[in-house]
Ligand binder design. Structure first.
Ligand SMILES: [Zn+2]
Ligand SMILES: [Zn+2]
Length: 381
């Protein structure tokens, strides 16, 4: 089959690789109908992880069951499914307590809990930027979708970024009437804006440096805050009579940087702490790593992020972090899509065949105007 493989920094290629096969009776093979390029794929693309060459990328996958192992009870060939990016066993302590993102069985990497498809340090699982994908523990992991092709562009956001964005607003405790500040108008930040409205927010600020992305945030109902116009925390404080937002979501991560390009991994965390009121909750869903050999400073290389923890303590804020347990949210978010209340497809900028992936990675990585969210269709010519 054809698949997108990591071939070194700034280099992905579409190659022929062996078809996946059933390795365990609980496995399913799906024919991938849609698979997305994620902002977190860019950390690998830029050579900022230890991902091995030849790895098939892609953790945002959906498709149709092609083959089901003999122990699979709930899915049959032809069923349309969404695949959470978490590879979870369903029976360990963390899985049974709702934390599929911290499954203790599916990731053999020393000291790391939680598996994922096609990702550095997240286990041996091939990604789904390919024609076919093997899904372990299929009965537990797969989400059933209505048959057909309706809502394909919305449902493809259920594998990661819509639940992840919603998780950010859950960690932040967004409640009816709240004023919310979201840092980052990339795909996850934009869907955090969308999620904040779903949870009843009264007002949502969205902070970014890219005008094209801020204009999408504005279309989604957010008040855009441009870093180019000055300190964003100051702007949020000015707009709330000095009080700050009730809660905040961080959707940027460890490659946060000044408009000049200078990386400062503490930059957005500092703004977040300053722009949220005392005792407000902060949901940090941007990725941070315990080791980052490509970082600009020694402390950042060691994963030590020197943000304003003193002010966070003084303000009595609560900080929630980590990867999203997709299964906690994807079923209800699917039903909001079907009910017409949620339209995460609003952020899709490009729909391309798999063969266009290398060019799409390059353009998405450069944040070329208009490259917001790329979805790939492996069956398209
Ligand atoms: Zn993703
Ligand atoms: Zn588990």
């Amino acid at each position: 089959m054809k698949a997108v493989v990591y071939s070194g920094a700034y280099d992905v290629a579409v190659r022929e690789v062996p078809d996946p096969r059933i390795e365990d009776p609980q496995d399913v093979i799906i024919q991938v109908t849609t698979t997305n390029i994620c902002g977190s794929d860019l950390h690998m693309y830029e050579g900022r992880t230890n991902v091995e060459q030849g790895k098939v990328l892609g953790h945002e996958n959906m498709g149709v069951v092609a083959e089901a192992g003999p122990a699979v009870k709930n899915f049959r060939p032809g069923d349309r499914v969404s695949v959470p990016f978490n590879v979870a066993c369903g029976t360990c302590f963390n899985c049974t307590h709702g934390w599929t993102s911290f499954c203790t069985r599916t990731n053999p990497t020393e000291g790391v809990d939680g598996g994922a498809y096609g990702y550095a340090s997240m286990g041996p699982y091939a990604g789904g930027q390919a024609e076919y994908l093997r899904v372990p523990f299929a009965d537990f992991n797969l989400l059933a979708l209505p048959q057909g092709t309706e809502y394909e562009r919305d449902f493809t956001m259920l594998s990661d970024i819509f639940p992840t964005a919603y998780f950010g607003t859950d960690l932040a405790g967004v409640s009816p009437g709240d004023t919310v500040v979201v840092y980052g108008a990339g795909p996850v930040g934009l869907l955090a804006v969308h999620s904040a409205w779903l949870r009843g927010a009264a007002r949502v600020f969205c902070v970014d440096m890219h005008g094209d992305r801020l204009s999408i945030a504005e279309k989604l109902g957010a008040t855009p805050v441009s870093i180019a116009a000055g300190d964003p925390a100051e702007q949020v404080l000015d707009s709330t009579r000095g009080a700050g937002a009730d809660c905040g979501v961080e959707a940027v991560g460890y490659q946060a940087h000044e408009p000049s390009g200078q990386e400062r991994p503490e930059l957005v965390l500092d703004w977040l702490v300053r722009s949220v009121r005392p005792t407000g909750r902060l949901g940090v869903i941007g990725v941070y790593l315990p080791q980052d050999p490509g970082a600009a400073t020694q402390s950042a290389k060691d994963g030590r992020i020197g943000f304003d923890f003193g002010r966070l303590f003084q303000k009595g804020q609560a900080l929630g972090t980590g990867q999203c347990p997709v299964k906690r949210y994807n079923e209800k978010l699917r039903d909001l899509i079907i009910a017409g209340r949620a339209t995460p497809s609003a952020i899709v900028s490009h729909e391309l065949p798999l063969t266009e992936a290398p060019a799409a990675y390059a353009k998405f990585d450069k944040r070329v105007d208009g490259y917001t969210k790329v979805i790939l269709h492996p069956a398209a010519a």
